[in-house]
Ligand binder design. Structure first.
Ligand SMILES: CC(C)(COP(=O)(O)OP(=O)(O)OC[C@H]1O[C@@H](n2cnc3c(N)ncnc32)[C@H](O)[C@@H]1OP(=O)(O)O)[C@@H](O)C(=O)NCCC(=O)NCCS
Length: 180
């Protein structure tokens, strides 16, 4: 049975994360940007999924009461099998457990319906638009928002999500090892 591991990456994972970014996002962040984020463990939370190599990654920033979801990516070979759901759930759970993050927000390309559907399943709502926010190609960003991140009810909802996405990845025949 293949092992699906969720864990915090280290500097040794840097090259593989940058390669994944190239494949999934066309080079959203450089090697140097990821290195900076890995060093900034006070504000940045990175979680990777590995199946042998790194196949998924999620990044969030914690800024006072706010959790900002910065990126989420899954290798095309492993999409639609619940990995992004699992990664997003874990990022939100880790923020919820701290108790001081009250809301979560993110920007997403207006054309990225796959990601928008995923965020909406986690209770994110569309609250605004930033015109011409993205380059290459130029596109508006949609702003999504989720309140009540630190409430007990959200804790229960996230626990239900975790069970759902966990079953989903285990149905692929992967043994989940959670080291987050
Ligand atoms: C968006 C992305 C992270 C989704 O990864 P994934 O592992 O395939 O997503 P999951 O399998 O966990 O899907 C969870 C849910 O998201 C939604 N979703 C995911 N891909 C979708 C698609 N192609 N079309 C419609 N909905 C989709 C669905 O609601 C899905 O649940 P379902 O399969 O039960 O319908 C992946 O497509 C990706 O890496 N895209 C490129 C990078 C990117 O756009 N990241 C987001 C902005 S940073």
């Amino acid at each position: 049975m293949a092992q699906l591991e969720l864990r915090r990456p280290t500097i040794k994972d840097l090259d593989n994360i940058v390669q994944l970014d190239q494949v999934c996002l066309g080079g959203f962040w450089s090697h140097q940007s990821y290195a900076r984020e890995l060093e900034n463990s006070q504000h940045t939370l990175l979680v990777v999924a590995t199946l042998g190599g790194i196949c998924g990654c999620g990044v969030s920033w914690g800024i006072a009461e706010e959790l900002h979801l910065v990126l989420l990516m899954v290798h095309p070979q492993y999409r639609r099998q619940g990995l992004a759901g699992l990664l997003l759930c874990r990022l939100l759970q880790l923020a919820h457990q701290r108790g001081d993050r009250q809301w979560a927000t993110l920007e997403v390309r207006a054309s990225n319906e796959a990601a928008q559907q995923l965020y909406q399943r986690f209770g994110f709502e569309l609250v605004g638009r930033r015109p011409h926010y993205y380059e290459n190609p130029e596109e508006d960003a949609l702003i999504f928002w989720r309140n009540h991140l630190n409430t007990p009810q959200t804790g229960q909802e996230l626990q239900q999500h975790w069970q759902h996405w966990r079953s989903r990845v285990e149905a692929q025949g992967w043994l989940l090892i959670d080291r987050t």
